[in-house]
Ligand binder design. Structure first.
Ligand SMILES: Cc1cc2nc3c(=O)[nH]c(=O)nc-3n(C[C@H](O)[C@H](O)[C@H](O)COP(=O)(O)O)c2cc1C
Length: 323
């Protein structure tokens, strides 16, 4: 079966095409360290044989998170605890990528202790606070912080990083006309809205080297009025490929359409796979499909139909409590 065939993303060799995507566990400590519970949770998956495990979103700064107990790699002192995670995954024969992110306007001061930030001072419909519009200087600083976070991930032994450009978090918010109303070089046309993502990918490649695999997760369709649609997302995908991304992980939705990010059981299997297929038509790098691909036969069918190169299972990878 195709799903069980090895696959290569840049220099990263996967033993099969089955990917576990990011799922917040809140198992880390409040200062972003990997706990034994967090490590054991991922270790069980690695022992189960998944080709690639993508962690939940690592905060790139102390105030980047949307939850209290997320992992973090915003300073060098955090590297050691995450090294133990990657060591155990590798010992179990697995590969692991760190998803790295900034929540942007999809968090609150109750979590971070400060007013959320965004491309524009525009409140997310699901969140209590209006974010502060970032200055160009702050954008440049955050680009560096993403690059530094990826460098730490590499030092901690992660096989790759996944830049979280989906679900309306900061990078996705810049890319989307739903949340970005800027009139400078970071707003307006899709090339301008993609600039933040592109600069982040370029910065990561500068700091980690061209061979270090960078996945880019995007919401190809946001399913909100005025949000990203597939034609613009095809351009966005090509732009992030141009910037150096090695793989596109094609998700969907923002907080205002959470039902498509984590589709309930009334949604048909593999319901969003056509979005991945559209993206795949315009890029040369591999594309991952996600969303209720929760059965190996469905996964195989997606790959056989050439709709995607790899498949993700998030909830279908869940195992019972490890301690
Ligand atoms: C509890 C939970 C937490 C999630 N956390 C993240 C996350 O941190 N980052 C992310 O990109 N997606 C996150 N997701 C979305 C999943 O990665 C995935 O895209 C979604 O669950 C659909 O895939 P599935 O139908 O295979 O579960 C989360 C999903 C769940 C159920």
């Amino acid at each position: 079966m195709k799903v069980f065939e090895p696959f290569k993303i840049n220099q990263m060799e996967l033993k099969n095409s089955m990917v576990v995507s990011a799922m917040v566990t809140n198992y880390c400590s409040e200062d972003g360290m990997a706990t034994e519970k967090f490590i054991a949770y991922h270790e069980h998956k690695a022992k189960g044989g998944w080709g690639l495990i993508i962690t939940e979103d690592y905060a790139v700064t102390p105030t980047a998170g949307g939850f209290k107990k997320l992992p973090g790699l915003w300073e060098d002192g955090q590297i050691e605890s995450h090294k133990e995670l990657t060591r155990r995954i590798h010992e179990a024969g697995g590969k692991i990528a760190a998803q790295i992110y900034h929540a942007g306007r999809e968090t609150s001061s109750a979590i971070t202790g400060e007013q959320p930030i965004g491309p524009s001072a525009l409140k997310d419909p699901t969140m209590p606070e209006t974010p502060r519009e970032m200055t160009v200087e702050e954008i440049h600083e955050l680009v560096e912080q993403f690059g530094d976070c990826a460098r730490r991930a590499k030092e901690a032994g992660f096989d790759a990083v996944e830049v979280h450009g989906a679900h309306g978090y900061l990078i996705g918010a810049f890319a989307s006309p739903f949340s970005n109303k800027r009139s400078d070089e970071y707003g307006g046309t899709i090339r301008n809205r993609a600039r933040f993502a592109m600069e982040i990918i370029e910065n990561i490649k500068e700091k980690c080297g061209k061979d270090y695999p960078v996945l880019y997760r995007m919401s190809a369709v946001e399913y909100v009025p005025g949000g990203l649609e597939i034609e613009e997302s095809k351009i966005l995908a090509r732009l992030v490929e141009e910037a150096g991304a090695d793989c596109i992980h094609c998700s969907q939705g923002v907080y205002a359409s959470t039902y498509v990010i984590i589709p309930p059981s009334v949604v048909p299997r593999a319901a969003y796979v056509e979005n991945a297929a559209e993206i795949k038509k315009v890029v040369d790098i591999p594309v991952i499909a996600v969303g209720r691909i929760n059965d190996v036969e469905i996964a195989e069918s997606v790959l056989q139909a050439d709709k995607a190169d790899l498949v993700t299972m998030a909830r279908a990878s869940l195992i019972k409590e490890t301690n």
